[in-house]
Design a protein. Structure first.
Length: 263
């Protein structure tokens, strides 16, 4: 047995988030001998969506896999990115059949072990998509035939839906991590059948903001209830993620460690 270390980075928000990843990821890699780095990139392009150029920038920082969410389609250029990197950029699995891209992938980590990554999107307070639970159920056996080491990114608003998902998949995947809220939670644990969990990985983005957006604009939206267009904030970025240590033989999680760096 050997331990496979997988770092998952919370939502990358705009240029500040990309700069934070560029600044802190090399140090985290050196400290932890990581096998694979995954990041949610649906907010990476100016806070909304992903482009091919920005995907390349994220990969050049040392990220291996990019996952998506409800902002995946905010930039039309994302289709080119999905076509250019069909194995390393994925979008939520429960989008309808025929949607560009794919919802899961299997890649080789640094140690040579195969690692599966699945991306689903929740439905509470989110866009109405296919059921993420049923979508997972349809695909999981195909993935497990390739590897027992599997990470699931559930991009969802409600923590209850994330907890429902980890209970549903406990023992079938190595780890479940939530994205979307941009606020890192402190509820890391390992479930009874060996699945590691954190309900939200947090955000790689501007420290002085409201979940990555300009503070004054968000305050105006709350105070005046006007449909003011949101804009991504700038300035020094914070770095959020989580490391799952996984048994290479059976895919069970042995440790969960939150990562947090402030500018």
């Amino acid at each position: 047995m050997s331990l496979i270390k997988i770092l998952f980075l919370g939502d990358i928000v705009g240029s500040s988030g990309r700069a934070a990843v560029k600044r802190w990821l090399p140090e985290i890699k050196a400290e932890h001998a990581l096998d694979l780095v995954i990041a949610n990139g649906e907010n990476a392009a100016h806070g909304f969506g992903l482009t091919l150029q920005i995907a390349k920038e994220i990969f050049d920082c040392g990220v291996n896999i990019i996952t998506g969410g409800n902002h995946t389609w905010d930039k039309k250029e994302v289709v080119q990115a999905l076509q250019t990197y069909p194995e390393t950029i994925i979008r939520p699995l429960n989008y309808p059949t025929g949607t560009p891209g794919r919802g899961w992938t299997v890649v080789h980590g640094k140690s040579g072990h195969k690692i599966g990554i699945i991306n689903v999107m929740g439905r509470i307070f989110m866009d109405p998509l296919d059921c993420p639970f049923q979508a997972f159920r349809r695909e999981i056996e195909s993935i497990r035939r390739e590897t027992p080491i599997i990470l699931l990114d559930i991009h969802a608003e409600a923590s209850s839906e994330k907890y429902a998902m980890v209970n549903f998949v406990d023992g079938l995947v190595s780890a479940v991590v939530g994205t979307h809220t941009h606020v890192q939670t402190a509820d890391e644990r390992i479930f009874p059948k060996g699945t590691g969990f954190l309900s939200d990985a947090g955000m790689n983005g501007p420290m002085d903001s409201i979940i990555g957006m300009k503070t004054e604009i968000i305050l105006d939206r709350f105070l005046k209830k006007m449909p003011i267009k949101m804009e991504v904030a700038e300035g020094p970025g914070m770095f959020h993620g989580v490391i799952f240590s996984v048994d290479s033989d059976d895919g069970k999680c042995k440790a969960v460690e939150r990562v947090r760096r402030l500018p």
